[in-house]
Design a protein around this ligand. Structure first.
Ligand code: PDD
Length: 288
């Protein structure tokens, strides 16, 4: 069993395993002051990490992109995740959240001459998408992408994403589909997929989206299922005319978007491409 996150949950902070209620960092931590840090979310099923090596490779890429050298190797991160899972006795479905910031220093925008990275890790229960979401799908609205130009970095500076998610909530829907200069980027915390005439498409992997770990994974599942896939710029009109829309993330896995800007997507029901990918995704989890 995975306990819910409460003050007694065991978390990792800078080398120590402590109660969440006792985990404290300085208000001068650059993560708090500047959002100067990065994070990862690794989904785990039955206590086993899913696609972990990809998540940890992205963690290292994000660290490199913000020029933060923690001195930790890929296997150090792997050990930390394994340690956290064993200490929290995680037998069920959960996420491992990892956050690394540039540490504590006098407030000054430039990098501190010397600072120790703050490393935090916690395990939280994961509620997998339920039957209702799988069968009826998600609702979404379009909005302009107002975020910065380094969306490929999994930065903790998430204000743009937070405001985008709230835009969805205020509109009474589940998600947003963001567009920059008329081209599809992504959701507030997920990648977006567009199906037309049996071809599955996603925006190119550049600095305007976070390349989700499910990006490569769904591409692989599609190839195995014989679903043609294309990565290219996608216009707002193409999204509006899609036969199917889908979203993907560590916590949402893959889900259909069945209503977009108040209109049904295709038939208004989850489509055949989603159904095949969904089944393949479930099989991959079952085979862990
Ligand atoms: N979010 N794009 C954005 C902006 C995201 O925040 C996420 C994931 C994704 C999908 O990435 P992945 O398939 O690796 O989860 C795309 C995580 C779940 C979060 O912030 O909680």
């Amino acid at each position: 069993m995975i306990p819910g996150v409460d003050n007694d949950s065991i978390v990792y902070l800078n080398g120590d395993y402590v109660r969440l209620g006792d985990a404290k960092i300085s208000v001068l931590d650059r993560g708090f002051i500047f959002g100067d840090g990065i994070y990862e979310v690794v989904p785990c099923y039955g206590g086993k990490p899913f696609l972990m090596s990809h998540h940890l490779a992205r963690l290292q890429r994000s660290l490199k992109a913000i020029r933060l050298d923690t001195g930790r190797s890929l296997s150090d991160w792997e050990n930390l995740v394994a340690d956290m899972l064993s200490r929290t006795d995680a037998q069920g479905d959960c996420t491992v959240y990892l956050q690394v910031t540039r540490g504590v220093a006098k407030r000054d925008h430039g990098f501190p001459a010397s600072s120790q990275a703050t490393v935090f890790c916690m395990v939280s229960p994961l509620k997998r998408p339920d039957a209702h979401k799988r069968e009826h799908g998600m609702t979404a609205v379009s909005m302009p992408d107002e975020r910065w130009l380094h969306c490929e970095i999994k930065s903790v500076s998430l204000l743009g994403n937070v405001l985008a998610k709230q835009y969805a909530t205020d509109a009474g829907v589940d998600e947003v589909v963001q567009f920059r200069d008329g081209q599809l980027s992504e959701g507030s915390s997920c990648n977006i997929w567009v199906v037309k005439g049996g071809v599955m498409r996603a925006p190119v992997r550049d600095h305007l989206i976070l390349e989700g770990i499910r990006y490569g994974f769904l591409e692989q599942l599609a190839a195995r299922a014989g679903i043609p896939f294309e990565s290219r710029p996608i216009t707002q009109a193409e999204v509006a005319a899609a036969d199917e829309l889908m979203l993907s993330s560590a916590t949402k896995e893959v889900l259909p978007i069945t209503q977009y800007d108040g209109q049904p997507v295709g038939t208004g029901k989850p489509g055949p491409v989603y159904t095949r990918l969904r089944a393949a995704y479930d099989e991959a989890i079952a085979a862990l």
